[in-house]
Design a protein around this ligand. Structure first.
Ligand code: 2HA
Ligand code: ZN
Length: 270
């Protein structure tokens, strides 16, 4: 067996979590991440039939029975992951009943997957049905994005329009717009189901006064979506009090969509 700490999926996950912490987005135990792994690849590092313990789940994941995920641990700090991945991360396989996470590696202190496991696994189910190349669900607490949800109209159309108006990149990177959930208690099946439902139409979902979910076929794609939203939100927060005079107009956004051949959300422009 090869050393799992040197597996490309592990190295990249640890680097990503360290980066998220350094950006100041994941204070304390904030944020969580799950990556769908390839069983053949994992088999080079682990005996995937060797289960350390069963972890019960409170929701139905029978659509992804047998799938294997690398998942951040509940209560764990992104700050610490690089120093002890096996303590802070776990690799789970979804059991036959669809209600058990079978621990294959990690959570060495007796830990469990993130409290947001329902949002993660239900979102994986949603996205895999839309895009078979989907792999990553990322949740983080980007400062300006959260600040924007405190002061902006939370309608998806309004918030998407503002994000598009702030910088040229926005409509290019997320032409479908962003989904928004009003404030809800986190860590529940309800917010997990609501997030997975939202991610049917968009790849980004804001959680008001909390954070953001982004999905993608790899860590770069999920992170790239989130950092582009956060940059637009930062531009908004920097300029809103001075009065925004030169935001990108609807005509200019349409011109951009033409240049880049974007399949954008038509009803979001006037
Ligand atoms: O895991 O971010 O949403 C801590 C959180 C909960
Ligand atoms: Zn959170």
């Amino acid at each position: 067996m090869k050393n799992i700490l040197e597996a490309p999926f592990m190295v990249e996950t640890v680097r990503t979590l360290t980066n998220l912490y350094r950006l100041g987005w994941d204070e304390r135990n904030g944020g969580n991440l799950s990556v769908l792994l390839d069983e053949e690849e994992v088999s080079q590092y682990l005996d995937t039939s060797c289960v350390i313990r069963d972890i019960p789940m409170t929701f139905d994941a029978s659509a992804i029975v047998g799938k294997i995920f690398l998942v951040t641990g509940t209560g764990k700090y992104f700050k610490n992951v690089q120093y002890d991945p096996a303590h802070n991360l776990g690799i789970i396989k979804i059991g036959e009943d669809g209600r058990t996470a079978k621990l294959l590696w990690g959570y060495t202190d007796g830990g469990r997957p993130t409290s947001e496991l329902p949002a993660h696994l239900l979102s994986h189910i949603t996205r895999l049905a839309i895009d078979p190349s989907h792999r990553v669900v990322m949740h983080t607490h980007p400062t300006n994005t959260i600040a924007m949800t405190l002061i902006h109209d939370l309608s998806e159309r309004a918030i998407t329009r503002t994000l598009w108006q702030m910088q040229t990149e926005s409509i290019v990177v997320f032409p479908e717009g962003v989904a928004v959930l009003p404030w809800m208690a986190c860590g529940t099946n309800e917010i997990g189901e609501a997030t997975a439902e939202k991610l049917k139409k968009e790849r980004i979902c804001l959680w008001a006064a909390h954070g953001i979910y982004g999905v993608g076929k790899d860590l770069d794609e999920a992170f790239g979506l989130i950092e582009t939203v956060e940059k637009a939100a930062q531009l908004y927060m920097l300029s809103v009090n001075a009065g925004i005079k030169n935001g990108i107009t609807d005509e200019q956004l349409k011109e951009l969509a033409g240049v880049f051949g974007l399949d954008y959300r038509k009803e979001y422009l006037d």
